[in-house]
Design a protein around this ligand. Structure first.
Ligand SMILES: C=CC1=C(C)c2cc3[nH]c(cc4nc(cc5[nH]c(cc1n2)c(C)c5CCC(=O)O)C(CCC(=O)O)=C4C)c(C)c3C=C
Ligand code: FE2
Ligand code: FE2
Length: 345
């Protein structure tokens, strides 16, 4: 049995133009794990309302962060894949949940190399139905329909893995060198509160209040909110950041639903009047810098912070293709590859 790895990230449009952003957003927002309402209502909302205006606005935002080589998210994911490939003994392919290179294309490339055992690796530290789960569902559908000779091993959300916390913390520490911050903000991608309730396997634990995410429960295996708090807690412990000098918020909400609070933009705007003049922001829901970190945080939030009286703003880059992080992922891949070898011997 031959083994290979499929790294999967979110994806980006082909170019930062409304013509390419529209089909990308259509695929993304018509995913029932992202906008989780019945098909007709989803089509009405997405195609009848959101896609009438958002592609132009989003394309303008993408244009501000686009690189000569393409989308930062895809370029950075490729760099990570290449670094891992150099350090491991099995083939490593890269795919995107939306747009290209597709998951089907990635599985086909692995299949063409005779690979039957695939390590499926969603590049998300915290589990959410709109990120990890939709990858797993689509990959399984494709496996059943087109690659029945393959089997998958899944890398679960790694929000509390010692190696991840260490690499993330060390990266934050390096970027904070020489920046005397008043406050460190952990800003995570938001999700609608309803998604938290839907992924609660106990169907009763998640109250989305002050205590549920700190009270041990089997629900936490899939609770995005708990996993975000846990990442923050462990990084803060690792770095020895004192109470009051950090906080956690959720960014990038769409209009309509109630999303996880507190909201990043609302909190950042209030900070200068509370005496926070030098703000550092880290975005641990993303392993690769993307629209949401480069435009929404490094540009927009930075601007808003200063408009409200802030003085200095530091957007800490994601782990991207950090050498230690690439080494950690390579070690995880090799552990799986060799463990399986031992099992089959
Ligand atoms: C942390 C992982 C992510 C979760 C969970 C997530 C949920 C989620 N997102 C939207 C809507 C949009 N997200 C957009 C961009 C975007 N989202 C993530 C990650 C998660 N999203 C990333 C990495 C990116 C950036 C992609 C890039 O190309 O750089 C966008 C598109 C941009 C825009 O128009 O603003 C939308 C829309 C929803 C509705 C949702 C959960 C329900
Ligand atoms: Fe998103
Ligand atoms: Fe909770």
């Amino acid at each position: 049995m031959k083994k290979g790895v499929l790294l999967v990230n979110l994806g980006s449009p082909e170019s930062p133009t409304p013509k390419d952003v529209k089909p990308y957003l259509d695929e993304f927002l018509m995913d029932k794990y992202v906008i989780d309402v019945p098909f007709l209502l989803r089509a009405l909302l997405v195609r009848g309302i959101i896609l009438q205006t958002r592609p132009k606005k989003s394309a303008a935002a993408y244009a501000k962060i686009w690189w000569d080589e393409g989308s930062p998210l895809i370029v950075l994911s490729k760099r990570l894949q290449e670094k891992i490939q150099k350090q491991v003994s099995v083939p490593v392919e890269l795919a995107m949940r939306y747009g290209n290179p597709s998951i089907e294309n990635g599985l086909q490339k692995l299949s063409d190399q005779g690979i039957t055992e695939v390590l499926l690796f969603p590049l998300y530290p915290q589990h959410a139905m709109a990120s990890t789960e939709t990858i797993l569902v689509l990959a399984e559908k494709l496996r059943k329909e087109k690659f029945p000779h393959m089997s998958f091993t899944i890398i679960p959300a790694f929000y509390n893995q010692k190696d991840y916390i260490r690499d993330l913390s060390n990266s934050i520490k390096r970027h904070l060198e020489g920046f005397e911050y008043d406050h460190l903000l952990f800003s995570y991608h938001g999700i609608p509160e309803r998604h938290i309730r839907k992924t609660d396997i106990t169907k009763s634990h998640c109250k989305i209040d002050g205590s549920c995410c700190n009270t041990p429960s089997p629900a936490h295996e899939f609770c995005y909110r708990h996993q975000c708090y846990e990442t923050t807690k462990q990084v803060v412990e690792f770095l020895g950041i004192e109470e009051g000098k950090y906080s956690q918020t959720f960014q990038s909400r769409l209009a309509g639903d109630k999303w996880l609070t507190p909201y990043t933009d609302v909190e950042i705007n209030k900070m200068p009047e509370k005496g926070i003049k030098k703000l550092a922001v880290v975005t641990p829901a993303f392993v690769s810098d993307c629209l949401e970190t480069l435009e929404e945080i490094a540009m927009e939030a930075n601007h808003q912070f200063k408009e409200h009286g802030g003085e200095e703003f530091l957007a800490i880059p994601c782990l991207n293709d950090d050498d230690d992080w690439a080494k950690t992922l390579s070690r995880w891949v090799d552990q799986w590859a060799f463990q399986n070898q031992e099992q089959t011997v």
